[in-house]
Every structure is written in structure tokens, then in C-alpha cells.
Design a protein around this ligand. Structure first.
Ligand code: AMP
Ligand code: MG
Length: 411
């Protein structure tokens, strides 16, 4: 008959997360490809980005004003002889050969500071008079100048493989002329929703049915994690067909199941996985929502059995599935980070589980505050969609007073 996992192991949130991180550490990407920089946003860098020249390539003025010798401004006001104007993009041949004692050159932000000058005095502290300039404030040597090579030397590694290309990283690639960076291939993640009551969103649900929202929220989360979702057909609560679809899903890099992992008579996912010789790393975590989450592997393929309640599915994806997908996508591992905000109104709950409850983070400037949304539990999709984060409540708290600092998981 049925072969359930030999021993169920329900871990604390932290232990479950460590198990996931350990498994993720053993994963490597599928391969690499080169893509146009314009399409590289969000992809994971698969090569080092190396400075092809010094940055900046010349001593760069960071202010509009006058290039000067700081020694000439020991006493101010001072009057200097203006020997020329240097704008950004000036050719080396048009630069003054050297700035001598008592001389200044008008200069613009981004222009090269000429030999002899060691600083730039801001235009605000100057008054031009014919070919002379009156300067009312002194400068330190080096002020308002970035020396050549100060940011990076030619040959320096600017960015290592394994980072997700955000706007700043794209700017780095552009600045070294990397028109087609090498990135890791996106992992393929199969999504298998289960349940006799669940119907495809293209069909009109019967009175006893609900639309399959989990496959779509998971697809969105998978894309956000840097992978490509593959939606399988909804599996009925029937072992033969469920097994067929699980085997199909295991062809992908990772299989995410939703539903069918609770204690109900028709929660068959663990039983079917055990029949195909799955190894279970854990079969539950002390969290809410999402307590029945299952993590394991069949041969070398990892799977997650995520609880079917839509918010449980979303929360357990963020907490546990995301690091595995990111690792397979080549991303360097990172810890889960929480921001902190002041609780707007008192929260009462039961102890025993670490809770991740839909909440709204708001406030102005440094005054972040957070408040739970009213919801009807972990099936309440619309309430969760109006939230923008999860308020984290430790398992040993049954009450948190308004005004306390609390951890928040962004989503
Ligand atoms: P289960 O984990 O299978 O016991 O399902 C828990 C709850 O989540 C039930 O109310 C299901 O109807 C609901 N549910 C399960 N799968 C889905 C899905 N794919 N989309 C939306 N709701 C679902
Ligand atoms: Mg079910």
C-alpha cells in the first residue's frame, strides 16, 4: 500500500532554512550564454567584469569652478591669472601644458584637471574679472578632484560572477564596454498544483471548484527569482496520475508542488513521492502560514511540496524555494534579511510558531511603521495582495505592543 516517509521531521524555521541553504550550496548552474547588455537586467553574471582602463582615466574634476594650486590660496581672497577653460571631453592637445604659480583654469565637472593643479575651487567661491579670477575660499590639496585610477586600476576585478545584474552593475558593464556579458542560463522550474477542486483559469469553475491561482503566483515568484516556470496540468488527488505528473516535473531543474501535503486523507503528495524513493530533508517547519512544507529530492532533483493555501504557498516559496532556485541560477548565496519598523498597533497571537503575516509597511522618511492587514487566514489572496510585506512574529511572543520595533520581510 502507501509508503509514507519513514519519519516525519518538523524543524524550527531556522533549522529548515539551514537545511535549504546547505542543499543550495551543492547546486551549480546549467551553463552560460552571452546576451545583449540591454537585456541583461536581472540576469546573473557568469564572468568577472574587469577594468579595461584606469577609472577615472584622468584626474577628474567633480565640481564646476577653477583648477588651482592649493598653495596659491593659503591666503584669501586671492587673485589668479586665468589661463584657459577646460570642458569635459577636451582633447589632450587642448589642455594647458602646466598650471604655474599664480594661475587658474576654468574647469567643468567631468573635465581633466591639468598638470600642476592639485584641486578645484567651486565656482560659488569665485568672481571672474576679465582674464583674472578673485577667489574667496581656500581648498585642500586634492579637494574636488578624483585622481586617475583612484576608483579602479586597469585589470582590477570590478564585479565577481554570481551577482544579479541591477542598474548599478549594468552601469559597470557599460563603462568597460561589455556589450554582451556572459550570464548563467536561467533554471527551469516545474510547477505542479494538486487538488480535485482546482481548475485551470481558462475554465469556468463549478460551484465546488476554485481557480488555480497558485501556479500563477508561483510562476511570478519563479520569474522574480531569475528562473523560467513550466506550468504542468493540475494533478487530481489520485495517486497514478499524480505520480505521472511528478515524474514529468522532475525532468526540470526543480519541482514545486502545491497542495496535498497536509494531514488529510486525500493529501497524497508525500505518499507518492515516497513511492518513487524520495529522500525527505524535512516534512514540516514550525511556521505559520506554511507549516506542512516538505523539502526533499528524488535522485539528484530537489522538490518542494508547498502547502496549497495560497498565502502559505507564497510565503514558503520566499522562505525556502527561492535560495535553491537562485543557487541553480548561479547566484552567490545570501542570507535572508529583515528590515525593522515600528509596530503601529498591538498584535496578539499564540506562541509556538514563527509567523509571517501579511502587513503594510508605510511611514515617511526614516519613520517606517508596519501594520497587519485584516485577513481571513492563509487563503485570503486579496487581503495579501493589498499588503506589501510580511510582519515576522517570533514563536515565543503572544503579544507585541504598539510602538515596538519588529522585523519585516519584504516581498
Ligand atoms: P491543500 O494543501 O491541498 O489541503 O489545500 C489547502 C487549501 O488551498 C484548500 O482550500 C485548497 O482549495 C487551496 N488550494 C490548493 N491548491 C490551490 C491552487 N492551486 N490554487 C488556489 N488554491 C489552492
Ligand atoms: Mg488539496
Amino acid at each position: 500500500m502507501s509508503a509514507l516517509p519513514e519519519s516525519s521531521s518538523i524543524l524550527s524555521f531556522e533549522d529548515a532554512r539551514h537545511v535549504v541553504e546547505e542543499q543550495a550550496a551543492g547546486l551549480t548552474p546549467r551553463g552560460k550564454e552571452s546576451i545583449d547588455l540591454l537585456h541583461a537586467f536581472g540576469r546573473v553574471l557568469a564572468e568577472s567584469l574587469i577594468a579595461d582602463r584606469d577609472f577615472p582615466p584622468f584626474p577628474r574634476a567633480t565640481r564646476d569652478g577653477y583648477a588651482v594650486r592649493s598653495a596659491d590660496l593659503k591666503q584669501v581672497p586671492a587673485s589668479l591669472n586665468v589661463i584657459g577653460e577646460i570642458k569635459a571631453g577636451i582633447l589632450p592637445k587642448d589642455l594647458p601644458v602646466k598650471l604655474n604659480c599664480g594661475e587658474a583654469a576654468a574647469i567643468m565637472t567631468g573635465a581633466p584637471v591639468p598638470p600642476g593643479a592639485d584641486s578645484v575651487v567651486m565656482v560659488e567661491y569665485t568672481a571672474s574679472a576679465g582674464n583674472r579670477v578673485e577667489i574667496t575660499r581656500g581648498v585642500n590639496s586634492g579637494e574636488n578632484v578624483v585622481p586617475a585610477g583612484a576608483e579602479a586600476r586597469r585589470g582590477d576585478v570590478l564585479l565577481q560572477p554570481g551577482i544579479r545584474l541591477d542598474a548599478a552593475a549594468i552601469a559597470v558593464a557599460a563603462s568597460i564596454g561589455k556589450t554582451k556579458p556572459e550570464v548563467y542560463l536561467r533554471p527551469q522550474v516545474a510547477v505542479l498544483s494538486t487538488g480535485d477542486e482546482v481548475v485551470d483559469i481558462h475554465r469556468q469553475p463549478g460551484a465546488n471548484q476554485i481557480r488555480n491561482s497558485n501556479s500563477y503566483s508561483l510562476a511570478a515568484q519563479i520569474i522574480a527569482a531569475g528562473a523560467d516556470p513550466e506550468l504542468l496540468r493540475v494533478a487530481p488527488d489520485e495517486p497514478t496520475r499524480l505520480k505521472e505528473l511528478i515524474l514529468q516535473g522532475l525532468q526540470s531543474d526543480l519541482l514545486l508542488l502545491t497542495g496535498g501535503v497536509s494531514m488529510g486523507k486525500y493529501d497524497l503528495v508525500e505518499q507518492v513521492l515516497a513511492e518513487i524513493k524520495a529522500e525527505f530533508f524535512f516534512t514540516g517547519a514550525q511556521i505559520q502560514p506554511g507549516r506542512p512544507i516538505v523539502f526533499g529530492r528524488v535522485a539528484k532533483k530537489c522538490f518542494f511540496g508547498l502547502p496549497g493555501n495560497p498565502i502559505s504557498t507564497m510565503v514558503t516559496f520566499e522562505l525556502f524555494a527561492r535560495p535553491v532556485i537562485e543557487a541553480r541560477g548561479g547566484m552567490t548565496a545570501r542570507k535572508l534579511v529583515f528590515v525593522h519598523a515600528r509596530l503601529k498597533s498591538e498584535v496578539k497571537t499564540k506562541t509556538g510558531l514563527k509567523r509571517f503575516l501579511p502587513a503594510i509597511l508605510s511611514g515617511e522618511f526614516e519613520k517606517a511603521e508596519v501594520e497587519l492587514v485584516r485577513w481571513q487566514g492563509s487563503g485570503d489572496i486579496a487581503a495579501t495582495a493589498r499588503a506589501n510585506c510580511y510582519l515576522v512574529i517570533p514563536p515565543d511572543h503572544d503579544r507585541i505592543a504598539a510602538g515596538e520595533w519588529v522585523p519585516v520581510l519584504m516581498r
